[in-house]
Structures are given as structure tokens and as C-alpha cells.
Design a protein around this ligand. Structure first.
Ligand code: SF4
Length: 226
């Protein structure tokens, strides 16, 4: 076996049926992804009506064991997949983010249903976050209100297809400069939900409002004095 001038590997005729030319990634990636895609363990975690459909999906009729996903784990430490099934309220989102931070890499997030994807029928509600993707990186969105078990299974298959595209050579969770290892900052619930990632902007806007208030007070005092 020698290199030709064009750098192509030339296989002698007598060895042509015995040699496979490949590279490590082409061998390892399918194996690595095949093991992961068929053993996704979702977290036991439900928020509202969509969770009932998720529970149905986990029942024997739909047989999630076909996909290696029947082991719903009761702890984020052993879960690969967070299925956000239901309405994400402002009260709940700090807990959801905390659970996500406790999951080990590689981890995936699925927004199940209209509420988790974008607020759904409660989008304008004072207490509702209009989409869990405002805080977490969502891998798959499953439409519906609620999505049927079949739709959820379709979403799980879409996740498997996404996993198939990943390579062990570029997976961020094995790299020293892994940017995904950073925890998502947990929002703070006060009189309203505060996204601490926006702290600078919030401070600037608050300072602007204070300045405007002070200016109005001075103007009023001047008018009174006149
Ligand atoms: S999307 Fe529909 S079924 Fe699902 S939690 Fe929202 S209101 Fe309930």
C-alpha cells in the first residue's frame, strides 16, 4: 500500500477485498452516537397538561423501550434529556434552570408543546415565561397543545437524528475550552422575574428612570416656586 502522487492511498489488487480505507472518526462516531442515541434517559419532570401525554408515552402502549428511553430518571445527575412538558411559569423557571445545571454533559432539552415552546395559550399571562428557550438551549421543539404521544416520539426520533450528526472529535463536552460547561445563570424571582444575564441593561434602564424622575421633580419644584 503506497501513496500515489495525488496522495490517494493505492491498494494493491490482491488486497482490494481485504482492506478498508477509513479514518478513526468514521468508525468511532457511528458507534459512539449509536450507543448514546439508544440510551437517552429523560428526567421525571412534568409541569402541566403536556406532562400527562408524556406519562402516556412512557406507558406500555407506546413502548419507549424500543428507543432505549424507558428509563425515566428521578435525578438530573443521571439524566440526558430534559423534556419541558407544560407551561413554564416565572415561579418555576429558576428551578428548571437549576435542574438543567445539575445535568451532566452531553445533555439535551426538548420543548414539548405550545407552552414550553412559546408560551402557548398563556403567552400574555403575567406569570408565564413565553418559551423555555429564553433561558435554556432547546434542541427539539414538539408542536401541539398537547402533542400526542406519537408527536413526542417523533420529537425523540428527531433528537436521535441530531445526535447522529455529532462527532466525538468536535463534541464540546470533551474539549478543554468547553463553552457549554458554563452554568446557565439562574433567574431571580422577585416582584417579577429578573434575568440576571441582563443585569447591566436593567441597571442602565433603572438609572435612566431615576434620572428622569429627578428631572421631573426639579421641574415641578421650579413651577411651584414660580
Ligand atoms: S401546550 Fe396545551 S396541553 Fe400543553 S401545557 Fe400548554 S395548555 Fe397544556
Amino acid at each position: 500500500m503506497t501513496d500515489s502522487p495525488s496522495n490517494e492511498v493505492v491498494v494493491p489488487d490482491e488486497l482490494a477485498h481485504n482492506v478498508v480505507i477509513t479514518n478513526l472518526a468514521k468508525v468511532i462516531d457511528p458507534l459512539y452516537n449509536w450507543t448514546r442515541r439508544n440510551s437517552i434517559w429523560p428526567m421525571v419532570f412534568g409541569l402541566a397538561c403536556c406532562a400527562i401525554e408524556m406519562i402516556c408515552t412512557a406507558a406500555s402502549r407506546f413502548d419507549l423501550a424500543r428507543f432505549g428511553m424507558e428509563v425515566f430518571r428521578a435525578t438530573p445527575r443521571q439524566s440526558d434529556l430534559m423534556i419541558v412538558s407544560g407551561t413554564v411559569t416565572k415561579k418555576m423557571i429558576p428551578t428548571i434552570v437549576r435542574l438543567y445545571n445539575q445535568m451532566p454533559e452531553p445533555r439535551y432539552v426538548m420543548a414539548m408543546g405550545a407552552c414550553a415552546s412559546g408560551g402557548g395559550p398563556f403567552k400574555e399571562g403575567y406569570n408565564v415565561v413565553d418559551g423555555v428557550d429564553k433561558f435554556l438551549p432547546v434542541d427539539v421543539y414538539v408542536p401541539g397543545c398537547p402533542p400526542t404521544p406519537q408527536a413526542l416520539i417523533n420529537g425523540l426520533i428527531a433528537l436521535q437524528e441530531k445526535i447522529d450528526q455529532q462527532s466525538i472529535l468536535t463534541a464540546p463536552w470533551y474539549r478543554k475550552d468547553d463553552t457549554m460547561i458554563d452554568e446557565v445563570q439562574i433567574p431571580v424571582l422577585g416582584p417579577d422575574l429578573v434575568d440576571v444575564r441582563q443585569a447591566e441593561l436593567i441597571r442602565a434602564e433603572a438609572a435612566k428612570a431615576e434620572a428622569a424622575k429627578a428631572e421631573t421633580a426639579v421641574t415641578e419644584a421650579e413651577v411651584e416656586a414660580a
